[in-house]
Design a protein around this ligand. Sequence first.
Ligand SMILES: Nc1ncnc2c1ncn2[C@@H]1O[C@H](COP(=O)(O)OP(=O)(O)OP(=O)(O)O)[C@@H](O)[C@H]1O
Ligand SMILES: [Mg+2]
Length: 349
Amino acid sequence: MAEIQLRNLSKRWGSFVGVNNFDLAIEDKEFLVLLGPSGCGKTTTMRMIAGLEDATEGDILIDGARVNDLEPKNRDVAMVFQSYALYPNMNVYENIRFPLRVRGIDPALHKERVMQAAERVELLDFLDRKPAALSGGQRQRVALARAIVRKPKVFLMDEPLSNLDAKLRVSTRAQIKNLSHDLAATTVYVTHDQIEAMTLADRVVVMKSGIVQQVGSPTEIYDTPANTFVASFIGSPAMNLIDGELVDGKFSAPNVAITGLTGGNGKVTLGFRAEDATVVEQKGEMNAPIYTLELLGDATMVSVRIGGQLVAVKADKTFRSDIGDPVSIHIPAEHCHLFDTETGLRVQS
Ligand SMILES: Nc1ncnc2c1ncn2[C@@H]1O[C@H](COP(=O)(O)OP(=O)(O)OP(=O)(O)O)[C@@H](O)[C@H]1O
Ligand SMILES: [Mg+2]
């Protein structure tokens, strides 16, 4: 059982703010994903939880006890690094066993624990090999086994899949999800890959420049982004955003007119997702020449340019046309999101 509380946690180096006022309770057994672009403070947050970095301000509590002043080894937290950090001179067996030795676990128990962990991540055939003789995916699994072998209260994983090729990422991602479900440990997982975040998380924390932008389930983040940053970070393709004006429920921008919206009059940014719009024969809310067409197999992605921005719409997989041909697009009002153009904040639920 491990609940983690981060209370107004900040990290500064001189005047530079790495993490600003991070305030969140992470539930027991929760799989929490920290998501955001490079440099937004994900690793720094994780290192503060692990005790590898001192917090400038704020408190870290594990199961109600403040751990700010505890050494990393006394926090019962296992961390999987982006770089794996395996011991090159030890074979796989000894690498996995290492945390048991460090923590003074009864040696009589080591073999069973190591074998269990190795089996979980399918490494039983590789126990005698040194890390240099393993593939990237196998090294990754050694790092995972080394984290699970000691049954910690908390798992911290920092971009554990980033060195793997696309296919291996998908299979290892599935393995991590299955593993975390079985182990039922509280997990904080860092990634800049929104698909990884959406597929793994119970809740996602979206960060930018050290500041939390939104906390919510993958569905909440996807369906009701709190601001244009979150809207444009989540989803593939990202949410379409068009600057324009709202007057009496009618949104207008060059080549775009949508009625039936709710919100105050003024400048707004309209958002909608590619899959929520459709290509129609005529009289759509958006009419423009095709900028590009991409055949994705299960769909055809049609892009047009609106006010300098590319806007993508997912058409039927059989849809064919040419660059420069006019296209008419239906954008249902009920699938539109409105944001304040100045602040980027969501103005409509
Ligand atoms: N020791 C340090 N001294 C000064 N600035 C630092 C230090 N460590 C990190 N930073 C800065 O703090 C910010 C957050 O860094 P952090 O490593 O947490 O980013 P991140 O979100 O993990 O990014 P990435 O996805 O690239 O790993 C960055 O701008 C980084 O340059
Ligand atoms: Mg990082």
